[in-house]
Design a protein around this ligand. Sequence first.
Ligand code: TLP
Length: 349
Amino acid sequence: MIDLRSDTVTQPTGQMRQAMADAVVGDDQYGEDPTVRELEQLSARLLGKEDAVFVASGTMGNLVALLTHCGRGDEVILGDESHIFWYESGGAAALGGMPFALLPNNEAGEMDLERVEKAIRPKGRMGYPATGVISIENTQNRCGGAVLSMEYLASLKAIADDQDIPIHMDGARIFNAAAASDTPVDVIASQADTIQFCLSKGLAAPVGSLVVGSGEFIQGARRSRKILGGAMRQSGVIAAAGVVALTEMVTRLPEDNQRARTLADGLAKIDGITIVPDAVVTNIVIFQTEPALDHVRFIDSMAAHGVRVSNYGTRGVRMVTHYQISDDDVQTALTAAREVLSSVAVAAD
Ligand code: TLP
């Protein structure tokens, strides 16, 4: 089976499994797990921030960050195609009492800057919630893995700084963004106050994400993590795989981005598929098969051809490349898509 549903399906490498077996561990809640500390310090260094905290998942990392930026009732300015809005079970509202000020995301994953400026609440008004944080996503999953441009990030930061509002970046795939834009990851990270990034996607670690930010912020984030039940003990066992992810797996991400583009170019040549291949710059490929073929039927037929792809609801069908997807797999997936859609055309004749 070729599994293109997500880069979350990646299996840990042999080197990761070995590092996990060999990891020196301690009780992390006493600050005594050297492997967790190594991962946190490496993460902070790579992203150019003072400190980092290891969390169980991307969802937990985003929630830890939002809970640390905001008090109950503080508002989060957020894009309407963001992962936090769609796929994190409303955790910010459920556990943090945070309302969302939702703004449209365009295809590039951007919110209109004038609207962001207007959405920031004037301070000191009794009836208004206070704006707690502006949250952005890079790459932006539901916008086809779009990379936020440095110009956009700089303009957004200027607005946020002017109003003294912090920026949180859901950088689940920030290393794919860095590879695609040929921009050092710390340069991208410099445009946000806090970043959550995932080890368990294209970097192939089995578990974990990091939240990075200032030393003071990360102290607060450790408390938020504890509130969520996410403070761990001998977590160096899983952090060890994360260290391998950051030292060994980052430099191969351009391959995933390139294979996604090959997929997109091939899909664009198939009758019945709608896609803008030029928009595919990282490892996520989103396209439509309707009206030629219902998305669910397309996905089922692809599985019958040995290729798993995912249903991306209102956005269409999604394929994600990762380190277990080879050039041959890409060609097999394209052949399967061609066969599935040509059998529909034959049936319609
Ligand atoms: N995304 C998953 C699904 O939840 C949709 C995927 O298959 O892409 N931020 C972004 C941008 C993400 O794409 C994801 C996971 C997360 C956060 C959450 O990470 P986890 O799954 O570790 O909680």
